[in-house]
Design a protein around this ligand. Structure first.
Ligand code: FES
Length: 105
């Protein structure tokens, strides 16, 4: 199944993307593949925070322990913050709205 993901970038521009759920992609990998400027220096290990996003609407999911530790070190964290590399694309995420935040806004 394909799902819709709405993405707001740092300049405020919004786009609707259609994402596959059957390729075991993380949200970080999917966003990178769509040319968003996420460095992902740590390769998706929850260690760099360049993939930090805010989930504005829809399925929030469950933060991993490593993710919580990394988010704790950021100044721009909110109660809707997640690391996109720790979010595996799945059907529950259909219609999700995310805003890119990175290490600093
Ligand atoms: S890619 Fe480094 S924390 Fe997600």
């Amino acid at each position: 199944m394909d799902i819709n993901i709405y993405v707001q970038d740092q300049s405020g521009e919004k786009r609707k993307l259609v994402a596959p759920t059957d390729m075991a992609l993380s949200l970080m990998e999917f966003l990178k593949g769509n040319e968003y400027p996420i460095e992902a220096i740590c390769g998706g290990m929850a260690l760099c925070a360049t993939c930090h996003v805010e989930v504005l609407e829809g399925e929030f999911g469950q933060r991993t322990d490593a993710e919580v530790d990394m988010l704790d070190t950021l100044f721009n964290v909110t109660d809707r913050s997640r690391l996109a590399c720790q979010m595996r694309l799945n059907e529950k995420m259909n219609g999700i709205v995310v805003r890119l935040k990175g290490e600093h806004d």
